[in-house]
Ligand binder design. Structure first.
Ligand code: CTP
Length: 412
């Protein structure tokens, strides 16, 4: 291997899309990459190690407990002696094993032992992709820093069913490989030296010590933004209300409950180059919150709650003096009607630079879901993006931020 040759370790798991890996290997080698392959037992039912080996011109590894393999090159060395691990297809089963940290075969053991970046190309039936277990595993793997390409929408090879779950095309996977490996560290970390502040999740406003007012925000969008910013090299502070999500990797996460606490934590985290307010902050808190649990005690009257307005965190920070106010302040506008019109008004009213508007009416399933369809509204216009995964929305928003910082400060 010449010094400049980049090496990938391709893990093929058992799905019908495994056949596409033959083309992926051919294209990767044409692009000058050296490819070593591990196949799970199930993968060998779809393509033979012989045909894979013929294309890679290398021995194909299939079983953790093969003593000859272990003597020749142990699984720890396999895990480390590469620049990138590519899992394609990444079946629901292998994703579950990765998320759970299993190591009962060579593929999962290598994935657990590696210290190299991992790119996964999921492929499965749309129902499997949408299943709550896969959603959970996907979120965990993203938080662990695994990169994803696809899946794409299309017809499933095995059933003729259409939906989201088809493996990305070999050319798309290769492009993702190249963007992860090919760029210089400088280009890969365009936000190095920047501090990005993100708010996320709902807030809980207490009624008494056991009851509170809340909303349906899951925190997924804000957390995805924080995690993606960290991957681009930024120092990231995430101030999050209560969610069930793991803290994103590489992010300083501050947990709060109420809007008041969120404002204090946000102020404490300044100065920042960019502040992104993705939290669904409760607009009101209970003025007469009780120190003790409110009892029924056989009373006929139902208690009434006096509500007072919470501080608007976004508006407060956006109106701070230069030096305190981050140079780029981004708000979100969750709307159920007249989305763009309301969001444009909100951008002006709040004094933020950009606003990311989305339709959260129940029919969209966006509030609490994994996908989002947003419009990015800036002083110069509206950019409407197609519906995509919240992780992709995060990625795309950050690309705009990188461009903005580069154009406006010449630093990035
Ligand atoms: N926001 C905030 N503090 C608040 C309320 C909202 O920081 N007390 C921020 C949100 O994080 C979001 C933006 O303001 O970035 C808009 O939030 P949204 O709930 O859409 O709007 P509201 O200001 O609450 O207005 P309305 O409920 O009337 O739509």
């Amino acid at each position: 291997m010449s010094l400049g040759t980049k090496r990938i370790l391709l893990i093929i798991s058992g799905g019908i899309a495994a056949y596409k890996c033959l083309e992926l290997i051919r294209r990767a080698r044409d692009a000058g990459l050296s490819v070593r392959v591990i196949m799970t037992d199930a993968a060998t039912k779809f393509v033979t190690p012989l045909s894979v080996g013929a294309l890679t011109n290398e021995r194909v590894f299939t079983n953790l407990f093969d003593l000859d393999d272990e003597r020749e090159i142990g699984h720890i060395r396999l895990a480390r002696d590469t620049d990138l691990i590519v899992v394609a297809p990444a079946t629901a089963d292998l994703m579950a094993k990765m998320a759970g940290g299993h190591a009962d075969d060579l593929a999962s053991a290598v994935l657990l032992a590696t210290d190299k970046p991992v790119l996964a190309a999921p492929a499965m039936n749309p129902h499997m992709w949408q299943h709550a277990a896969t959603r959970r595993n996907f979120a965990l793997l993203q938080a662990d820093g695994v990169h994803f390409v696809g899946p794409e929408t299309g017809e499933m090879a095995e059933s003729g069913e259409a939906g989201l779950g088809r493996m990305a095309e070999p050319t798309t996977i290769l492009a993702a490989i190249q963007s992860l490996m090919g760029s210089t560290p400088q280009n890969r970390l365009p936000l190095k030296g920047r501090h990005i502040l993100v708010t996320s999740g709902p807030t809980h406003e207490p009624i008494d010590p056991v009851r509170y007012i809340a909303n349906r925000s899951s925190g997924k969008q804000g957390n995805a933004i924080a995690g993606a910013a960290a991957k681009l090299g930024a120092r990231v502070t995430l101030v999050t209300g209560p969610t069930s999500l793991p803290d994103p990797k590489g992010v300083t996460t501050i947990h709060v409950e109420t809007a008041d606490q969120m404002l204090v934590a946000v102020r404490g985290a300044l100065a920042a180059d960019v502040a992104i307010f993705a939290a669904a902050v409760a607009d009101w808190r209970v003025a007469n919150a009780s120190d003790q649990k409110i009892k029924k005690n056989g009373k006929q009257d139902t208690p009434s709650l006096d509500l007072v307005e919470n501080s608007d965190i976004l508006k407060t920070i956006a109106h701070e003096k230069p030096g305190v106010r981050p140079p780029l302040v981004i708000g979100f506008a969750a709307e159920t009607q007249h989305v763009i019109e309301n969001a444009k008004k909100k951008r002006k009213a709040k004094g933020c630079d950009w606003i990311v508007a989305n339709d959260v009416s129940p029919r969209t399933g966006i509030m609490g879901g994994d996908r989002n369809a947003v419009h990015l509204i800036t002083a110069s216009g509206i950019d409407s993006w197609p519906e995509m995964d919240k992780a992709e929305v995060a990625q795309r928003l950050l690309e705009h931020i990188v461009d903005y910082l580069a154009a406006n400060t010449g630093k990035a």
